[in-house]
Design a binder for this molecule. Sequence first.
Ligand code: SF4
Ligand code: SF4
Length: 158
Amino acid sequence: MAKMLLISPDICTGCHSCEIACSQEHEGYYVPSKSRVTVYTWEDELVSVPMMCVQCEDAFCQKACPVGAISRDPATGAMVVDHAKCIRCKMCMQACPFGGTAFDPLASRILKCDLCGGDPECVKYCPSGALKYVDASQANIERKRAYAARLKAAVGVK
Ligand code: SF4
Ligand code: SF4
């Protein structure tokens, strides 16, 4: 069954552990600009939102790539970049509505989440459970439950 990263900003603490784990896994050291996940924090509102590629079923990055360098890993469902084919045109960056791909100018290569081969490091090191890697159907159930809880609170039921 297809799995997906489930993001719950309401319980994200903004600790950046996911960025550290991602960078460490892919680069061997921590540099935030090379992490495939980026945490945005609005300090006045005390809100943090981790953002990364969401592995779209209908992926604009893949459609925009002129040389067929982006394909889906059948084992994990991740959209992955073949760096040997990639010509660094950055059209995938232009096409993604979520900013899911980035460019590393020093290494001259596209950076995007590859789900760590099916065992995402960001999930392992998220202390609050704001990142989970779950079956898509389970993700749907969790979203429904969370929204139901908000409705319950809105109508004042204790
Ligand atoms: S930068 Fe590489 S992966 Fe992205 S669209 Fe261009 S050739 Fe394809
Ligand atoms: S590790 Fe979890 S709690 Fe910390 S910033 Fe990332 S998503 Fe938020």
